[in-house]
Design a protein around this ligand. Sequence first.
Ligand SMILES: [Zn+2]
Ligand SMILES: [Zn+2]
Length: 236
Amino acid sequence: MILKILGCNGPYPAPGGACSGYLVESDSGRTKLILDLGSGTLSRLMENIASLGEIDAVILSHLHFDHMSDVPVLGYMLDFSDLETLKLICPETPAEQRKLIKGKFDVYPPADTVIGEFKIEFVKVRHPVETYAVRLSCDGSVLVYTGDTNECAEISLFCDGADTVLADCGLSGGDWSKSKPHLSPEKCAELARDAKVRELILTHLSPRYDPEELLDEAQHIFPNCIAAEPGMQIRI
Ligand SMILES: [Zn+2]
Ligand SMILES: [Zn+2]
């Protein structure tokens, strides 16, 4: 499968950047999934597809705005498309944010499923609102997206043996503590090492930090690590 980074910032974008959003395609190109669609990611998605009909489903890890704020605008686009509906998998809470998603979306709660060539699994992780990590299996490879989370047994088990983990590196080591809502470079690297994954991608990068410093911190523990950049394509 191919992972395309539409945006990799959180909780707000860097200059010229975008918040969390990823396009994942099967090798054949026949199945395309969107993981999160935060602010600024819809325009990047448009650079990668000819029409919305190419998208099999949109999957939201949680309903914080840096992961879903382009979804209502996607709803406008859907209104003007020939599609009857677009499948959207997202948590049911917080109710206030959930109410913002309306129109021609065919909405399902997160539950293990198969869409096209992808097997899709979910696990609830540790964040202040209902949040899921997503495990995608396709073309003999496994990608885990952690969503937003701090350390928890659920995410450790879920990453076990994955080829690639796309991990929430929302805090620097200095700012991280057990009670915070995100991982740090060190915690992402320990997660990847302990789960024996092949490759780690740091994402949800805060504009407050230098990505090179975050990467350096992680690579001390897990060398096969990169920091996500908008427009980056990774074969998994
Ligand atoms: Zn976030
Ligand atoms: Zn969040």
